[in-house]
Design a protein around this ligand. Structure first.
Ligand SMILES: Nc1ncnc2c1ncn2[C@@H]1O[C@H](COP(=O)(O)OP(=O)(O)OP(=O)(O)O)[C@@H](O)[C@H]1O
Ligand SMILES: [Mg+2]
Length: 615
């Protein structure tokens, strides 16, 4: 008989285990797994928050005592568990999220390994209290991996997990913990990432009874960023919204002059999961290449949504790494999306302008150097002029308004970036040329300013709040006027009404495709508000047709500032021109209009003299 045919092939997991090679007991297996996934209190918080999010919670509260070492309690209003599921969840490899190896290719939940709960329970005193829609709640207490009690009482839907005395039975791990404040910030760091990933979920964190972080769950990403990182940081960010076939990039990025000394303010997500990815980091670096000074990093929240089948999340036990089927595609998508957002924000000057600005930064940072050379509208050395100093805003260390617990470090207000203080030395407006350009003299030479783009930049910075939370000045109309639009324009205007109101119009839907307008931004001066709104609506429709997306806040700001600004051909008085230049000098970027066009041209004194053979 053929020996191969006669052999009974044993199943691999039915091999006899009575020799020297034996299976470990479940508790030991869990503790070993805990070594990978439960490194510190922050990992516990991460796993529990992920479970709450997977359970579709709308509200997640996190209570910490002693930076999580004494207590971590995470409560949610998610789907909860039946008594059987509650018991099952404590077992290793028990999960409701995948059933088969093939599912690994299509993971849509944050968890899928079925090991977080048993791992945490094996290294703590653990209490799970949970209930689904049947009105009862199951409470199971586990100590060092052993169930010590189970009770059932009436209670609402949702889950609460308490982890007490973490690592009480693994003293080696306990020894590796860092200082209380380091562990606490590691926890908050995780929660901040999730709070921004899920703006529709309200998060509340308390530490030793005091509130450490709160988000409202408004559903608005920009608001979530403001709640987590502080209003000042959020305000300057440009919206990113770009769609590629099978891939969508959305979020917010800072203009190149708003940077931090570390990558701590770069949150990148793939399908809602905070990830670390070399590819994506490299792509961000590429996007800002030559735009930011060396070793400074832009502030970034970027969400990449991609077909789950095209990305592998089963790379590490903590699930924070991903591999893309096509790394190059993800790389290009991020770069294209970020660069075009910067372009839209008027923050993508040509290479020469940026090099000059960086050079200026370097010079202005070194005391004793007279002035920054090479800026398009650079300051000159010289005595006190009658113009005020424009570095009145001293560099601000840290966001004073940042929410507690989110105190960012090393954030330097970018006013110091451009040494404007001397910009207007000796400025004298000579007059208006071609009813389009302001011609002025400064100590440096002759300056020509495009009045429309200059005004556009000034209004734009007011609108997007770069100049602080200034209210836009409104002017009531003598009588309310009615705006009639076509269907597409009305639809889009209604959708973005809040932004239009923020720009300075008092406008309300008035049935059908009509709106009533009661006041308009004072900046419009003599222009007809109805005409401006009509143009704006048309342009919004245009933009959304070509880009297949609803217009971003930036687009609305850019279009509005363009519509409100003085036009080429508008006559301006000398005081009006002087005011415009003073306003321009205090903008964050006086070199480029929000569309990226140059605002100012300088004919340097030396150049003029040389050209006339006077040098
Ligand atoms: N807050 C919760 N609300 C509802 N169900 C939960 C909650 N936490 C855990 N569960 C259930 O318990 C199961 C086990 O959770 P556990 O975190 O151990 O594994 P997982 O989330 O499936 O995978 P991973 O180990 O990758 O996190 C989950 O699959 C889920 O069904
Ligand atoms: Mg989990």
């Amino acid at each position: 008989m053929n020996p191969v045919e006669s052999a009974v092939e044993p199943e691999i997991d039915q091999a006899p285990l009575d020799g020297k090679v034996r299976l470990l007991d479940p508790h030991t297996i869990n503790q070993i797994a805990a070594g990978e996934v439960v490194e510190r209190p922050a990992s516990v918080v991460k796993e529990l928050v992920e479970n709450s999010l997977d359970a579709d919670a709308r509200r997640i509260t996190i209570e910490l005592v002693d930076s999580g070492q004494t207590l971590i309690r995470v409560a949610d209003d998610g789907c909860g568990m039946s008594p059987d599921d509650a018991r099952a969840s404590l077992q290793r490899h028990a999960t409701s999220k995948i059933t088969h190896v093939d599912d690994l290719g299509d993971v849509r939940s944050l968890g899928f390994r079925g090991e977080a709960i048993p791992s945490i329970a094996s290294v703590s005193r653990f209490t799970l209290s949970t209930g689904d829609d049947d009105g009862g709640r199951t409470t199971i207490r586990v100590e060092g991996g052993q169930i010590v009690s189970e009770t059932r009482v009436a209670g609402p839907r949702g889950t609460e997990i308490s982890v007490e005395d973490l690592f009480f039975n693994t003293p080696a791990r306990l020894k590796f913990l860092k200082s209380a404040s380091t562990e606490l910030s590691a926890i908050l760091e995780h929660v901040m990432r999730y709070a921004i990933a899920f703006p529709e979920v309200a998060f509340a964190v308390t530490h030793n009874g005091q509130s450490a972080m709160v988000t409202t769950g408004s559903g608005d990403l920009h608001q979530a960023i403001a709640e987590v990182w502080g209003r000042d940081t959020a305000r300057g960010l440009a919206e990113v919204a770009f769609e590629f076939p099978g891939l969508r990039v959305s979020g917010f990025v800072s203009p190149p002059h708003m940077t931090r000394p570390t990558r701590a303010y770069q949150y990148v997500y793939v399908n809602g999961r905070p990830v670390r990815s070399r590819t994506l980091t490299a792509s961000l670096d590429q996007s800002y290449r030559d735009l930011t000074p060396e070793r400074r990093y832009p502030v970034v929240v970027l969400k990449l949504d991609i077909d789950p089948q095209k990305v592998d999340v089963n790379v590490s036990p903590t699930k924070s790494e991903v591999r893309f089927q096509r790394e190059g595609e993800a790389f290009d998508a991020i770069r294209t999306a970020v660069r075009s957002a910067l372009m839209e924000h008027g923050m993508m000057p040509d290479a020469a302008g940026i090099a000059a600005a960086n050079e200026a930064l370097k010079w202005s940072a070194s005391p004793g150097l007279p002035h920054a050379p090479g800026l398009p509208l650079a300051p000159m050395n010289g005595g006190e002029g009658h113009w005020p100093s424009f570095v009145a805003q001293a560099p601000l260390e840290g966001d004073a308004s940042a929410s507690p617990g989110a105190a960012p470090s090393g954030f330097v207000r970018d006013a110091e970036r451009y040494p404007f203080s001397e910009l207007l030395e000796g400025l004298r407006v000579l007059g208006q040329a071609m009813k389009t350009f302001i011609v002025a003299e400064t100590a440096r030479g002759i300056v020509i300013v495009d009045q429309h783009v200059a005004h556009e930049r000034v209004i734009y910075e007011y609108l997007c709040g770069l100049k602080g939370p200034t209210a836009i000045e409104r002017q009531a109309l003598l009588a309310p006027e009615t705006l009639h639009l076509n269907r597409a324009a009305a639809l889009i205007l209604r959708e973005r009404l809040e932004e239009i109101v923020a720009v300075g119009f008092d406008i309300e839907p008035f049935g059908g495709e009509s709106f009533v307008v009661r006041s308009a931004p004072a900046a419009l001066r003599g222009k007809s508000p109805i005409k401006v709104l009509q143009d704006l609506a048309d342009e919004l429709v245009d933009g959304s047709v070509t880009r297949k997306l609803t217009p971003t806040r930036e687009q609305i700001w850019i279009m509005s500032s363009c519509k409100m600004a003085v036009k080429a051909g508008d006559a301006l008085s000398i005081p009006e021109m002087e005011k415009l230049i003073v306003d321009l000098a205090s903008t964050e970027n006086p070199y480029l209009c929000p569309h990226g066009r140059p605002i100012t041209i300088t004919l340097a004194r030396e150049d003029l003299l040389r050209k006339f053979d006077r040098a």
